[in-house]
Design a binder for this molecule. Structure first.
Ligand code: AMP
Ligand code: GLY
Length: 424
């Protein structure tokens, strides 16, 4: 069988690497991919938004399974478009992808399902929102644009003035375009964050091992928010007992409520959680694998992912045995371009990739890379996800940073404290 992966980041490289290991797979195609997917699979120069060209490619190349990596094509209805043509595709359809594509949909879903989440109010009118914020005392609030905003549409505000400024940016200046026509204003939660992802066919839920992302740019969680500067799994913050609690009180009621709403969800349901003193609360849902959480998770997953994805498409996830994991933890360190998450230079030549690859139990997943005149060059903000397995989180971290140390380009940087929050 041939497989097509849609997307071009580190998550998609990890998916290509993992799915390519299945004995059932002949060729893995990645559209549009990056330099790394070009080495482990075959790149196809089609944009993730060009559904007709992707569908034509899948038909012309006997693709038996298409996997959608990022949220944008999911929210635009790529799964509906593939299904309409009778093609087998892994991911939620347009309606179900609203769990991520609309913060209002997500909050209403959580509320109806009785899943713990921050108290919230929805506004479509600037002045009503302003009156609400002004009347609420000087407490911390979180202001969220309803629609997709490349991870930037959530503004955590320490006080009333910051909340007013956030409202002004989103609804006054339309910083995120129509994504900000509706907003959610919610209570600010405190605690540590963890990611719990589950694969579901809408009936059965297979919860993956817990992971933790590092969203802030700099060490000690300082600096601006990014797409994620590193991740590790498992995360001690979510022990087995907590994981079961989250499965029973977050994931199961959410999937059931979606069924009651006649919006069955098939694919990866990703819960972003805050571990508050009152217990875990959902900050957000994503409708896909997290990036970079996907990289350490797939390094650890032993089960053939093709079987799992096919069972989801066929609604037969309940017939599969439990997922098998490598007990060893994995740590992924993201190497980024100078200037990221602001504007950054592109086209820098990357050296040392072969030296890094020679270290046992290390895999360098590419994100923003491109092959130019025989050189692997930078082409994005997050450039590489250097991922390693170890007998402990500390050992995996050491190995990942050993590999990072072999890799260079002009302006490269990374956090030096990925996984330090783990308590072993
Ligand atoms: P989201 O896209 O909703 O996950 O928001 C991105 C980030 O904003 C989260 O990872 C949290 O760090 C933060 N955040 C979102 N909602 C809240 C909240 N209610 N309280 C505190 N922080 C939040
Ligand atoms: N790592 C966070 C995300 O994928 O949204």
């Amino acid at each position: 069988m041939n497989v097509l992966i849609v997307g071009s980041g580190g998550r998609e490289h990890a998916l290509a690497w993992k799915l390519g290991q299945s004995p059932k797979v002949d060729t893995v195609y990645v559209a549009p991919g990056n330099a790394g997917t070009g080495l482990d699979a075959v790149n196809v120069p089609i944009s993730e938004k060009d559904f007709p060209a992707l569908i034509q490619f899948a038909k012309d190349h006997q693709v038996g399974l298409t996997v959608i990596g990022p949220e944008v094509p999911l929210s635009l209805g790529i799964v509906d478009a593939f299904e309409k043509e009778g093609l087998r595709v892994f991911g939620p359809n347009k309606k179900a992808a609203q769990v991520e594509g609309s913060k209002v949909f997500c909050k209403d879903l959580l509320y109806k399902a009785g899943v713990p989440t921050a108290g919230y109010k929805v506004f479509t009118d600037y002045h009503e929102a302003l009156t609400y914020i002004k009347g609420g005392g000087n407490r911390p609030l979180v202001v969220k644009a309803d629609g997709l905003a490349a991870g930037k549409g959530v503004i955590v505000c320490k006080n009333r003035d910051e909340a007013i400024a956030a409202l002004q940016a989103i609804m006054g200046e339309h910083e995120f375009g129509t994504a900000g026509d509706r907003i959610v204003v919610e209570e600010c939660l405190t605690g540590r964050e963890a990611s719990v992802l589950a694969i579901t066919d809408g009936q059965t839920i297979m919860t993956l091992q817990p992971a933790q992302d590092h969203k802030a740019a700099h060490d000690g969680d300082q600096g601006p928010n990014t797409g994620g500067m590193g991740a590790y799994s498992p995360a001690s913050l979510v022990d087995d007992e907590k994981l079961h609690w989250i499965e029973a009180n977050v994931l199961v009621p959410t999937v059931h409520e979606l069924n009651r709403m006649e919006v069955p969800f098939k694919g990866v349901l990703y819960a972003g959680l805050m571990m508050t003193p009152q217990g875990p609360q959902v900050l957000e849902y994503n409708a896909r694998f997290g990036d970079p959480e996907c990289q350490p998770l797939l390094m650890r997953l032993k089960t053939d992912l093709v079987d799992v994805m096919e069972a989801v498409i066929d609604g037969k996830l309940g017939t599969l045995p439990p997922l098998e994991w490598d007990d060893r933890p994995a740590v992924c360190v993201v190497m980024a371009s100078e200037g990221y998450p602001g504007s950054y230079a592109k086209g820098k030549i990357i050296s040392g990739l072969d030296d890094a690859a020679r270290i046992p139990d290390v895999k360098v997943f590419h994100a923003g890379t491109v092959l130019k005149d025989g050189n692997v060059c930078t082409s994005g903000g997050r450039v590489l996800g250097v991922t390693a397995l170890g007998n402990s989180v500390a050992e995996a971290k050491k190995r990942a940073y050993e590999a990072v140390g072999k890799i260079h380009w002009d302006g490269s940087w990374y956090r030096t404290d990925i996984s330090d929050k783990n308590e072993e």
